[in-house]
Design a binder for this molecule. Sequence first.
Ligand code: SF4
Length: 479
Amino acid sequence: MTEITTEKYIESASQALKDQTLQSALANVQGRLGPGTAAAYRNLAEGPDLRLKAHEIREHAVNNLDILLETLAGNIRSNGGKVFFARTARNAVDYCLDLAKTFKVSQAVKGKSMVTEEIGLNPAMEAAGMEVNETDLGEYIIQLAGEHPSHIIAPAIHKTRQQVGKLFSEKLDIPYTENPPELTHAARKALREKFLSADMGISGCNLACAETGHITLVSNEGNIRMSTTLPRVHVAVMGMERVVANLEDHEILFRLLSRGAAAQKLGGCVTYIGGPGGPEFPDGPEEFHLIILDNGRSRILADPEFREILCCIRCSACLNACPVYGKIGGHAYGSTYCGPIGAVLTPLMVGINRAKDLCLGESLCGACQQACSVNIDLPRMLRELRARLADGDPDWDVTPVSRTEKGVYRAWAFLVNHPGLYRLFLKLGALGQKIFPKNKEMISSMPGPAKGWTQTRDIPPIAKTPFRDQWKKLNSNKR
Ligand code: SF4
């Protein structure tokens, strides 16, 4: 599995806020894709409400996963493909390694795939002595840089062209240039050799259709087509939730996927794969293997409060709308999945206590749900995660984060339910707050557990005249 560093969220986010290059890259991607996606939904013949229909489609698929996956597997097998159900990341990686051994693979090419990041496939294959080359330009850049993706569909969004120019000049041994077409040409030239010499092609899976028994892959560069057809063996890895029932459902989701991902009506290159090549499809590989990965998804499926997250089609629209992602970028989340989707999914996959800062760090503004191509209620699940952190949950091995905080909120609930006591509290508070240091009439520092409230901003003091009294006075003056 890819290294998880969610514990460093606060530290990494603080560093990201100071990184001016990252700040302008994030502003650029959100400024471009956020409004573009909203316009693309509006321009659908069915209008933005198609997202609601898509949500139903995904819910239906998630609620019928067992049947749909069996149908998908059956259809792929009857087309000559092989299907492996991997319970864990390790099982999936071992299957790939065994396959590579059988076919004496020394080089592999890979299309962009977050699920292979999730299982840590590249390091495992490299440790087994193989060369794995990413073929999506963004992935290729970060592979050369020795980094991880910072965005689901734009993995190198945090890099400037000057940084890419320097990287290519060092790693590809070419004269320095920061001209994008020249950089792209250099990557293309280097990758052509890799495509031709690879024995194995690896891809993810954007969507799978049970009825027809095919997987769909979308790219803007055509690299996935070459990765999946040129090598002798093609292995596709899919999260088990990515299946839909039929072609009609598939078509609706697919239209929304392109719009949510890049505000496009259609992805540049769309590849449908249902099995290996043969007399009818001479361009296909000799072997096609589909790995259907669980890796904690069954546990999520079993919890009615969280199973909605399995409706996600990884379009990344929520990242492009999220004010938190827009400031801290993807690396701060410290796991494969970042942004609002990561803030829900990562705690469920790696441990709610362990990744608590991710869900506590989101603003609950609701922009993610509005942007989501399948209208997932991410804010509801973020709140649910916070509730589990507050109350504890043995089913998810969650221990309450802070008994003090819970006690404080209980006391607060008691106060607001007893107006007399509440008023007395405010009066005492107004007197007590005089001891706190001020900055232009605002409280600039508070002690103990309350200090977080004033760490990065000043807060207004309790008003001398409570709103309730001001309201009464206002109304009596009107009469
Ligand atoms: S949660 Fe919605 S917007 Fe975010 S990646 Fe998933 S489908 Fe896309």
